[in-house]
Design a protein around this ligand. Structure first.
Ligand SMILES: *[C@@H]1O[C@H](CO)[C@@H](O)[C@H](O)[C@H]1NC(C)=O
Ligand SMILES: *[C@@H]1O[C@H](CO)[C@@H](O)[C@H](O)[C@H]1NC(C)=O
Length: 460
């Protein structure tokens, strides 16, 4: 069974009553248009922001990230919610907007999770609220009374789903400078979660939606003046990393930026089209629409690009004592050597970098070294972490997932409509040690107690 724990955001509706065959066509089209992938990530909440922002008043919040692509299949952060605050593990998903927690109202179907389901207070979002409309977009909402609650249903490309209602509660967040903000944010109270029977659901309490829609946590924080409309993540291949809101941690140099593409109908982090290169040679395939999605464990190319990639890789490994390992079902395509591989290092000389060269921005390239597209399976084989997107209904879209974000900082800058990346060590927070005004003591309290990534900066 492939370890593919991608959540792709396929549709959201509580008004989804038309699913007879006469509506089949429009339903399918709808699903295809609204594909957002999002990956599962674990959260370790660390909140911080620096007081000496060069860019002004609103500072940043940082969370420690825990997880891996294989064998776990997701990354999470810990977020504290409620009053008094309780911790929840949420998958980081830049491919969808809605944040939701498993919820006790009571829970009709909750999946095994690290914490007890969240118990909401009486603060419900009504169906008149613009946030409710945004969660239902592009469908129109049938809101009969201003007192009606806002129901939601989200479905993901991996056939998982969450059904519930929108509520508001306190999200205490600690800035890097130690100050705490306690915004009230809207999120989903999910009382009915489904997963596809063949999948191990991620062991988390819910999803942290970081998309660019209005209902996303990021948009809400920006609207309230808490942080700037910038989110970034650094997912270490070895499992460490961080997530941030705001622009304090954006490296001042070395970041490759490319404009977000606004031509897409869909509201996802789209970078326009690119040409595929393998080992410095063009595949001849251009015009690939690229989307970044931390909610997807693996990367997906469309059928044409996938076919070409596989044949170019196969060609490169010819005569290098690497053979197909058809008996390894970890992922669709695995290779074995004369003895089991221990790490990607063992095959780095054989597998070449894969590159996406963006059409609109000259010299802008997204490079994927072997650690950004291969995993070593438990059988000691190297398996290709770029999958055939056509097989899971992604059609033409090419989705860049967690595996390809390894050891890079990825910045989604909604203020300047651009996406950037830079190779970095995800065990280290950028800019922090340069900031002499930072109160190191404040950085780790009151919520930062188990943030390994910050320990280096905290007083012993
Ligand atoms: C920390 O930053 C926030 C947001 O910029 C600001 O409101 C707060 O006053 C700062 N706190 C300190 C102690 O400087
Ligand atoms: C990719 O998936 C499509 C749709 O299932 C299929 O037709 C195609 O043969 C697949 N390509 C490869 C190289 O496996």
């Amino acid at each position: 069974m492939p370890v593919v724990k991608n959540k792709s955001y396929m549709s959201k509706s509580s008004t989804q009553t038309q699913s007879d065959s006469s509506n089949m066509h429009s339903t399918i089209t709808h699903l295809i248009i609204i594909i957002f992938f999002f990956l599962l990530t674990a959260f370790q909440g660390c909140y911080s922001s620096a007081k000496t922002s060069s860019s002004g008043d609103r500072s940043s919040v940082v969370f420690q990230v825990t997880g891996n692509v294989y064998p776990r299949g997701y990354y999470h952060v810990t977020v504290n919610i409620g009053n008094p605050p309780k911790p929840y593990w949420l998958d980081i998903d830049t491919g969808s907007d809605l944040t939701w927690l498993q919820c006790d109202v009571p829970c009709t179907k909750c999946l095994p999770a690290p914490h007890k389901p969240y118990k909401p207070n009486k603060d419900l979002v009504t169906c008149m609220d613009p946030l409710c409309e945004s969660v239902h977009w592009p469908e129109t909402l049938d809101c009969k009374s201003s007192k009606d609650q806002c129901d939601y249903e989200v479905q993901y490309a991996d056939h998982g789903s969450s059904l519930g209602l929108l509520v508001k509660d306190s999200f205490p967040l600690q800035y890097i400078n130690g100050s705490v903000a306690k915004p009230h944010l809207a999120f989903g109270c999910g009382y009915n979660q489904e997963v596809h029977s063949s999948m191990d659901p991620p062991y988390t309490d819910g999803i942290l939606g970081l998309g660019l829609g209005k209902s996303s946590i990021l948009s809400q924080l920006n609207e309230l003046g808490i942080t700037r409309n910038v989110v970034g993540h650094c997912l270490g291949a070895q499992g460490d990393g961080f997530l941030f809101f705001g622009n304090e941690l954006v490296p001042s140099s070395g970041v490759t930026w490319t404009p977000m593409s606004t031509t897409e109908i869909e509201k996802h982090y789209s970078l326009g089209t690119a040409e595929l290169y393998v080992g410095g040679k063009t595949s001849g395939i251009k015009g690939l629409p690229i989307v970044f999605d931390s909610g997807s464990t693996y990367t997906y190319f469309n059928a044409k690009a996938y076919k070409s990639l596989v044949s170019m890789l196969m060609n490169d490994i010819k005569g290098k004592q690497i053979y197909n390992a058809n008996d390894d079902k970890t992922l669709p395509l695995c290779w074995k050597g004369s003895k089991p591989f221990k790490s990607i290092q063992d095959i780095k000389s054989v597998f070449k970098p894969i590159m996406l060269s963006f059409a609109k921005s000259k010299h802008v390239r997204f490079q994927m070294d072997p650690e950004a597209y291969l995993i070593i399976s438990e059988h000691g084989n190297a398996c290709l972490g770029i999958l055939n997107g056509s097989e899971v209904g992604l059609e033409n879209i090419n989705l860049i997932g967690d595996i390809s974000f390894h050891d890079k900082i990825i910045i989604y800058d909604n203020e300047n409509q651009q996406i950037g990346w830079a190779p970095v060590n995800c065990k280290k927070l950028p800019n922090i040690n340069d900031n002499e005004d930072l109160d190191h003591g404040a950085l780790c309290k009151p919520y930062g107690s188990n943030l390994d990534i910050l320990q280096a900066y905290c007083a012993a």
